[in-house]
Design a protein around this ligand. Structure first.
Ligand code: G4P
Length: 530
């Protein structure tokens, strides 16, 4: 079992989050470069070129230039096996980000040094904070004019209510950017003109006490500023505390420039030393240790149409314990069935590889014939565990969607159901009725556009959509209540989801209170935990 232990202990699985354009793709690309996983800059995502990563699988994404879905990349570095989970930058897909974070053990937040925290950074941070996972901050684009590092740090602390610990400190920015001071090592890494536009250059190291060399390299003014800054940081900032980092209370902050590849490798080394290996996870049966020999995993994402040539659907699983083996039979807990996982795959930028084995911490993609739902558990036979489901976000935007061509009922229902199973939208309908007219609930309006686009391109169905005045949804807990007799406000309605659960949709907060007051005994829940 020594192998199993070693393999799991060297896994590091994390998600990268950022506001669009902060440099998430560039940073990912540079990280992969160190792992030798790709040779070319631009291989992850080239907006300007014809190359597109798995994460850009949809035309709509390309047109909009945003990453809607998320993909997974694995590479090796310094004995570690690293899984990077890419997340959509757009706030309308924060539910997808939340699910992805369920599969990650930590998150890297990329921030543009000229802009500081941006709207999507805010939303995504909130989602990270809900998971209490460690958050590492990479402040990017120091080769351009940047805001004062003090301002940036203060903004993180005041807006996010977390402590920060600068791991390094920038020396100037933009044309004056001269490098960073590594606080642990006590030396500076100098940024020279050679770095601009180059791919992989070793930084020059100079000790902070070596005034003569520093003056030569960065000039007396910046050297003096730096020495003052270092004194101030050492005296005034937070203490470094790994426990606080691991619980998401203290964020280690790194300054750098992903494009010029400056500060990326020191970041990677330091990050790997601090970010945790796969952690134990809560299941209904108790806490599951990742080092258990029994394989277990849960589905955190389902993605259709990854490959245009074959209309297929892939379920992404995070392995939580033990080792996955290609030919073994496993148990799908929610389906109550034994199965052999067809074509287990790992995603690598543009390609997929069939894999023979995977360990706790890894992400595998398996072919889904339509049996999996988000949150499902798959485990070794005779080692049954059931992971706690992934909560469904309460939708805030509602629309009635119906097909234009009345002949296309089957395709419409199939499309709606499949897209809902993937967790891309939530669908509701009048109790007892079919899917003639469907009420769609989403967190962001862009999800509705994606729905329309996919119904048309994948299922050949044109639809008409009409906004509905609802803003809140509550799941009904009661099993034995005659729901047809509920006393509801005029802007409220009883509906069912595609699994047959009963819900109420409401136009305002006050009508939720009304429903609770007028119907004694009614129990409403904000989240549905499957
Ligand atoms: P995203 O995934 O977070 O959306 O950002 P992405 O990496 O695509 O970067 C957005 C833009 O910022 C890109 O320029 C990229 O080259 C640039 N960029 C990223 N990191 C740095 C950095 O450290 N310094 C500077 N100066 N620029 C950086 P673009 O012109 O929009 O796209 P492209 O044509 O270069 O692909």
């Amino acid at each position: 079992m020594a192998d199993l232990r070693q393999e799991i202990a060297r896994r590091r699985t994390f998600a990268i989050i950022s506001h669009p354009d902060a440099g998430k793709t560039t940073l990912t690309e540079k990280l992969l470069l160190y792992g030798g996983a790709i040779q070319l800059a631009g291989a992850v995502k080239g907006k300007a070129s014809a190359r597109h990563a798995v994460s850009d699988w949809m035309e709509l994404e390309k047109q909009r230039g945003i990453s809607i879905t998320s993909s997974v990349m694995q590479f090796e570095y310094d004995g570690f096996c690293i899984n990077i989970l890419d997340t959509p930058g757009h706030q309308d897909f924060s539910e997808d980000t939340y699910r992805t974070l369920m599969a990650a053990d930590s998150a890297v937040m990329v921030i543009d040094a000229a802009k500081g925290i941006e709207p999507q950074t805010r939303k995504l941070f909130k989602v990270c904070a809900m998971r209490h996972i460690p958050i590492f901050t990479f402040i990017n684009k120091l080769d351009r004019d940047a805001r004062s590092p003090y301002d940036l740090i203060e903004q993180l602390e005041t807006e996010f209510g977390i402590g920060t610990y600068p791991m390094n400190w920038p020396i100037g920015s933009g044309r004056d950017f001269k490098g960073v001071y590594d606080r642990q090592a006590g030396h500076i890494l100098a940024f020279t003109d050679f770095h601009r536009g180059s791919q992989k250059i070793e930084a020059i190291e100079v000790d902070l006490t070596d005034t003569a060399s520093l003056d030569e390299l960065i000039g007396p003014r910046l050297r003096e500023d730096l020495q003052n800054d270092v004194e101030l940081l050492d005296g005034a900032g937070y203490e470094f505390d790994l426990e606080q980092v691991r619980t998401g209370k203290l964020s280690p902050v790194f300054f750098g420039s992903a494009l010029t590849n400056f500060g990326v490798e020191p970041f990677l080394k330091s990050f790997l030393a601090l970010t945790p290996p796969p952690l134990p996870r809560q299941a209904q049966e108790g806490v599951v240790d990742p080092f258990d020999d029994g394989f277990s995993a849960f589905v955190f994402k389902i993605q259709a149409n990854m490959n245009k040539a074959h209309r297929d659907r892939i379920a992404f699983l995070r392995v939580c314990s033990g080792k996955f083996e290609r030919d073994a039979e496993y148990f799908h807990v929610q389906g109550g069935k034994t199965l052999r996982l067809a074509q287990p795959q790992q995603m690598m930028a543009e390609s997929r590889q069939i894999i023979d084995e995977a360990y706790a911490g890894d992400i595998i993609g398996i072919f889904d014939p339509g049996i999996f739902s988000i949150g499902d558990t798959v485990c070794a036979k005779g080692h049954k565990v059931t992971y706690e489901g992934i909560p469904t976000f309460a939708p805030e935007i509602f629309a009635a969607v119906e097909r234009i061509d009345t002949m296309k009922r089957k395709q419409f229902e199939k499309g709606m159901t499949e897209i809902a199973q993937e967790g891309a939208i939530q669908i509701f309908h009048a109790p007892g009725s079919g899917l003639e007219e469907v009420i769609v609930g989403v967190v962001g309006i862009l999800q509705l556009e994606v729905l329309e686009y996919r119904l048309k391109t994948e299922y050949g169905v044109d639809v008409r959509r009409r906004g509905l005045p609802y803003q809140y949804v509550r799941w009904i807990e009661n099993r034995d209540m005659d729901l047809s007799r509920l006393n509801l406000g005029t802007d409220s309605r009883w509906v069912q989801d595609f699994k047959g659960n009963d819900l109420l949709v409401f136009g305002g907060q006050w009508s939720i209170r009304w429903a609770e007051e007028k119907n004694p005994g009614l129990i409403l829940r904000e989240f549905k935990q499957d």
